[in-house]
Design a protein around this ligand. Structure first.
Ligand SMILES: [Zn+2]
Length: 248
């Protein structure tokens, strides 16, 4: 049940999708993996919208070169605490009603189940494809929704993966990009992170349409956006089994 105070806080969004949807947000547990350029706006907007429990996962501390895009942190935060701990402090100032769990560690095959088993949805806010593939495999195996976004320069892409219904990350991108370090500007991570938060809110409330089976791409330098239909790869080593199971 929502308190009087919560109803006042979320008044403008309850106007749209109703109290029941707001209660669904309150009950939801969402993991944000990566608390950098994407994870900053995702966590801020999910906190503001009233997601009940956030699981924040990142092993790094903020560095000076992060500050052009990682808007959760300021100069006073540099090289002090791990990002999830700092993020929790900031997010609590915005909304003390929500629970924030912090995991200052990297996700590996060995700990992924412990970290993510409880959550209803996983948000991929990472900057490397190795860990993304691991998240994808886990989400496919456990049938958890995965909201993927990736950015480079002024380019961004986003899709929502629903295992058994949509292509997985491996279907869409079977080969990881070779580059380790790539250019990036805060406006791109800002926009894509907000879109990921939007996907989570729609997925949990059931309000509106999600980007399931669709890849939304943005070229912000030339103001071009495209939303293309994407299909599962029938021989995908990660998810093809889930579709076979469904057809039986
Ligand atoms: Zn696949």
């Amino acid at each position: 049940m929502l308190s009087e105070k919560e109803l006042r806080r979320y008044d403008r969004q309850v106007m749209m999708f109703g109290k029941e949807a707001q209660e669904k947000l309150k009950k939801a547990k969402v993991a944000i993996v990566g608390l950098g350029g994407l994870g900053s706006p995702i966590s801020i907007y999910l906190t503001a919208a009233g997601i009940g429990q956030l699981f924040l996962i990142d092993e790094q501390k903020p560095e000076l070169s992060n500050l052009n895009r990682q808007i959760l942190y300021g100069e006073e935060d540099l090289d002090k605490k791990a990002k999830p701990v700092l993020a929790k402090e900031k997010l609590r100032q915005l909304n003390s009603e929500i629970k924030v769990r912090t995991y200052s560690k990297r996700i590996y095959r060995e700990n992924i189940e412990d970290l993510l088993n409880e959550v209803d949805a996983v948000v991929d806010a990472l900057d490397n494809f190795e860990t993304r593939y691991l998240l994808n495999e886990f989400c496919v195996k456990k049938r958890k929704p995965l909201i993927h976004a990736a950015v480079e320069g002024f380019y961004g892409q986003i899709t929502t993966i629903l295992p058994g219904r949509t292509p997985c990350l491996n279907c869409l991108f079977p080969n990881p990009p070779k580059k380790k370090k790539f250019p990036i500007i805060g406006v791109t991570t800002g926009l894509l992170g907000v879109l990921q938060a939007n996907e989570v809110i729609k997925l949990i409330t059931g309000y509106g349409d999600n980007l399931m089976g669709k890849l939304f791409t943005y070229d912000l330098l030339h103001n071009k956006a495209e939303c293309i239909d994407v299909k599962p790869n029938p021989s995908c080593p990660v998810c093809s089994g889930t579709f076979r199971l469904r057809r039986q």
